[in-house]
Design a protein around this ligand. Structure first.
Ligand code: NIG
Ligand code: FE
Length: 411
C-alpha cells in the first residue's frame, strides 16, 4: 500500500457525504492519517504514490452508532415465537445474560472480534459497542474490558457504552434497588476504570422508568460520561423529552415517537438515531424519519445488532437501504445518516463521517457506481477498499472493471 502521504483519485461519484461536483478526476491527499487536501486532480499536490479508484462510488467510512456485541448464546427461537405473536419481555435479555455470564473471557472476546470483523468487512470504520448482558459490577466491567481487548486487535475505531440498565437482573430485588446499584456501584467503577465513553439506559415500560433513567444518566454525566438512551421504542414513554432535557448526545429507536416528541428533539442538540433493523423484526412500527428530518433534527442510521431483536453483523449497507426504502429518506440522506449522522451521535462530528480537510482519512470505495445501489441491492453492496486513518484496513479482490489499483507516479 502507498506510504503516507499519498493521493486517492477517482472519476466516479464522491459523497462527502454531499456529492463532490468539481472537475474530474477528483483527488484526496492523505497525510498523517488525515485528509490534508481535496479537490480536482489537476490542482492536487504531487505525491509519490497514487491509488486510482476509477469509477467506484466513494463515501466516508460508515459509522455504526448503536450495537450490542458482548454476548453469547442464540435467541432465534425467541424471534420465531415473537413473529408468531409472543410478546417481547425482559426475559429474552435475561436468557442472553445467563449464556454470557457462563462464557469464558476467550469465548466472549472471540465473539466480539468476529462481529467487529464483519462490520469492518462491510464498510463500518467506527462502531459504538454497548455492554448490557452482564448486569452486575463484575460482569459489566468484564464486558467493557473484553470489548476493549477485541477492539485492540482490529483497525476499526470502537466507542464503548455502559448499558448496565438494560434489564433488571433476577438477583436484584426490584428496578429501584438495581437502579441504585447501577448509579452508585457499577457506574463509578466503570468511570474509575475509564472503561466507557457513554452511558445508555433502556427507558421503556417494564424496563427502566423515566425516573430511574434520569437518576442513572445524571450520575453518569456527573462522572464525566456522555449520555444516550434507548427511547420510545416499545411504548411512547417520554424518553425523547428526557433525552432532550438532559442534553443526551443521542436518543435511539424512537419507533413510537409522535409530533410532540419530534418537536422536543428539534428544540435540542440530541441526535435521533434510527434503527430500521429491529423496527422491522419487531413489527412494532417504524420511526418517523421524514418528520424528524423535516424538523431539522440530525438523524443517524445504525444497525442495533444485538442478541434478541436484530442479529445481523455487517448490515450497515442494508440499514442504509432500509433508511431509504422503509423510512422514506432519500438515498443521500440515508448515506449522510450512516456517516455524518453516526459521527454526530457519538460526539465525533469533527473527525469522523465526512471527507473534509482535517478529518480522519476513513473512506470506503464501494463495488457500486451510485448510492442508489444501497436501495436497489438491499444489503449486497460491498466495499472494494476501506481506509481507516489513512491505512488500508480491508480490500477485496473483485473481478470488476472499476477495480482499484495502485500506480506509481514516476516521471
Ligand atoms: O436495542 N431495546 C433494548 N435492547 C436491544 C435488544 C436487546 C435484546 O433483546 O437482547 C435493542 O433492541
Ligand atoms: Fe439497542
Amino acid at each position: 500500500m502507498p506510504a503516507d502521504p499519498f493521493l486517492v483519485i477517482g472519476r466516479g461519484r464522491l459523497l462527502r457525504p454531499k456529492p463532490y461536483d468539481g472537475p474530474l478526476p477528483w483527488a484526496i491527499l492523505v497525510r498523517d492519517g488525515q485528509i490534508a487536501w481535496l479537490g480536482a486532480r489537476a490542482d492536487a499536490p504531487e505525491t509519490e504514490a497514487i491509488t486510482d479508484l476509477a469509477d467506484a462510488l466513494v463515501t466516508p467510512g460508515l459509522v455504526n452508532a448503536h450495537t450490542h456485541p458482548a454476548f453469547l448464546g442464540d435467541r432465534s427461537d425467541e424471534a420465531a415465537a415473537r413473529l408468531a405473536g409472543a410478546p417481547y419481555t425482559g426475559g429474552g435479555i435475561l436468557r442472553t445474560v445467563a449464556a454470557t455470564r457462563a462464557g469464558s473471557d476467550d469465548e466472549i472476546r472471540a465473539a466480539i472480534e468476529d462481529r467487529l470483523r464483519a462490520e469492518l468487512a462491510s464498510g463500518t470504520t467506527t462502531i459504538e459497542c454497548k455492554s448490557g448482558y452482564g448486569l452486575s459490577t463484575t460482569e459489566e466491567l468484564r464486558a467493557l474490558r473484553l470489548i476493549g481487548e477485541a477492539a485492540a486487535e482490529l483497525p476499526i475505531r470502537v466507542v464503548r457504552t455502559f448499558l448496565g440498565a438494560h434489564a433488571v437482573p433476577p438477583d436484584a430485588g426490584s428496578m429501584d434497588e438495581y437502579t441504585k446499584v447501577v448509579a452508585e456501584e457499577i457506574l463509578p467503577a466503570v468511570a474509575a476504570g475509564e472503561l466507557a465513553e457513554f452511558c445508555d439506559v433502556f427507558c421503556d415500560r417494564d424496563f427502566f422508568s423515566l425516573e430511574a433513567s434520569e437518576r442513572i444518566l445524571r450520575a453518569a454525566a456527573g462522572l464525566g460520561l456522555g449520555i444516550r438512551m434507548h427511547a420510545d421504542q416499545l411504548t411512547r414513554s417520554g424518553g425523547a423529552e428526557l433525552a432532550a432535557r438532559l442534553g443526551a448526545t443521542s436518543a435511539d429507536h424512537l419507533e413510537q415517537l409522535d409530533a410532540a416528541g419530534v418537536a422536543a428533539l428539534a428544540g435540542s442538540s440530541t441526535v435521533a438515531t434510527l434503527l430500521p433493523g429491529p423496527a422491522i423484526v419487531m413489527r412494532g412500527g417504524l420511526p418517523p424519519a421524514r418528520p424528524l428530518l423535516d424538523a431539522g433534527v440530525t438523524v443517524a442510521l445504525a444497525s442495533d445488532a444485538n442478541a434478541g431483536t436484530f442479529g445481523a453483523w455487517g448490515a450497515m449497507p442494508l440499514v442504509i437501504g432500509l433508511g431509504a426504502t422503509m423510512l422514506g429518506m432519500t438515498m443521500q440522506e440515508a448515506v449522510a445518516a450512516a456517516t455524518t449522522g453516526g459521527a454526530a451521535a457519538l460526539g465525533l462530528a469533527a473527525r469522523k463521517g465526512a471527507l473534509e480537510v482535517g478529518a480522519d482519512a476513513d473512506l470506503v470505495a464501494w463495488d457500486a457506481e451510485h448510492e442508489g445501489a444501497f436501495g436497489l441491492n438491499l444489503g449486497s453492496v460491498r466495499p472494494l477498499q476501506t481506509w481507516i486513518g489513512g491505512t488500508l484496513a480491508g480490500a477485496t479482490s473483485m473481478a470488476r472493471s472499476a477495480r482499484p489499483h495502485i500506480e506509481r507516479n514516476h516521471p
